[in-house]
Design a protein around this ligand. Structure first.
Ligand code: BDR
Ligand code: CA
Length: 314
């Protein structure tokens, strides 16, 4: 069993990533914490619990609300034009009777990591604020985690919130730098590969046609929320009737690293600057700046990734 500990800001693509993980037979989701980003952390937790209910896992996976602001400053506007006001493309999923656990997010993540006995893969799909706080509170947190897989950043560009800056890293650069500097293995699934993994509405329609009967409501929901998300992709990426696969690709890489080719580079996160705050600085020189090797995804097998995503519903 692959044990996953997930931190996300449940918007449209996070919800698809969660539904994929929750339907994989070889995956056990140990816990989910939420951060600000697409919506508030509280709204992200509410969305997550609705998604759990849709997946038939209501009350089976603990959900913890995380930090409502980044390490420095406050949170600017939420990207409604991509994820809708509620984060799920304006689609109202039935409410869940589950309540978030009443715990500090750092205690939650550390406790869950200990429970997994060093076997949990930590997957982050939003800002890294909760993870950075946990590292500060529990410096031995990395020793309790098998590896980290994160959706975020870009190495060769372009970014999506500034020329070379991706939203999850740009939303809390200080947190991201702390996480990248911690002594664990980090794989970044950035825009270099997520923008090249394109899902068309036709793909989802086809998957709905072939899916198991009990998964049909899941595929119906995905088709509905993707209508809003694809409008956002049209505005942001000039894509038509399709969208990039950000968070779902990170989740796929967490369970099957063979869908990507990676390169390790000494990496820091720029925390100053006008246009570059939140940008990855990778140093290829013989005598680089102080930093740790981070594994960046450089190429993706797009077809294989899409097939893996939909295979869980077959
Ligand atoms: C990332 O930002 C969020 O809007 C998405 O959910 C994804 O995690 C893409 O830049
Ligand atoms: Ca996300």
């Amino acid at each position: 069993m692959i044990k996953l500990l997930i931190d996300c800001d449940t918007g449209v693509d996070d919800s698809i990533a969660l539904l994929f993980a929750l339907h994989r037979k070889d995956v056990e989701v140990m816990g989910i914490s939420t951060s600000i980003g697409n919506v508030t952390a509280a709204q992200a937790a509410d969305n997550t619990m609705r998604v759990l209910k849709l997946a038939g896992k209501e009350g089976q996976v603990p959900v913890c609300v995380g930090a409502e602001k980044p390490m420095v400053g406050t949170c600017e506007d939420f990207p409604d034009f991509i994820h809708g006001k509620n984060g799920l493309g304006e689609i109202e999923l039935p409410e869940s009777s589950q309540k978030p656990v009443d715990m500090d997010v750092c205690d939650f993540l550390y406790e869950k990591a200990c429970e997994a006995d060093g076997e949990a893969v930590l997957v982050t799909l939003g800002r890294m604020t909760n993870i950075a706080h946990t590292l500060q509170k529990y410096p031995d947190f990395p020793a309790k985690i098998k590896r980290v897989v994160s959706m975020g950043g870009t190495v060769n560009g372009p970014g999506n919130v500034a020329p070379m800056v991706e939203a999850n890293i740009g939303g809390d650069p200080e947190a991201a730098d702390l996480v990248l500097m911690a002594p664990w293995q980090v794989t970044m699934v950035g825009l270099d590969v997520t923008l090249k993994t394109v899902m068309h509405m036709e793909d989802v329609k086809m998957a709905r046609g072939y899916c198991r009967e009990e998964c049909r409501p899941v595929l119906d929901f995905m088709m509905q929320e993707l209508q809003h998300y694809m409008k956002g992709a049209r505005m942001q990426n000039w894509m038509r009737e399709c969208c990039p696969l950000h968070d779902p690709l990170a989740m796929i890489v967490a369970v099957d690293p063979s869908v990507v080719l990676t390169q390790k580079r000494i990496t820091r996160v720029e925390t100053g600057g006008t246009y570059c705050r939140g940008m990855f600085v990778t140093d290829l020189r013989e005598q680089p700046i102080e930093g740790r090797f981070v594994e960046h995804c450089m190429q993706v097998d797009e077809r294989k990734a899409l097939n893996e995503l939909f295979a869980v519903f077959n």
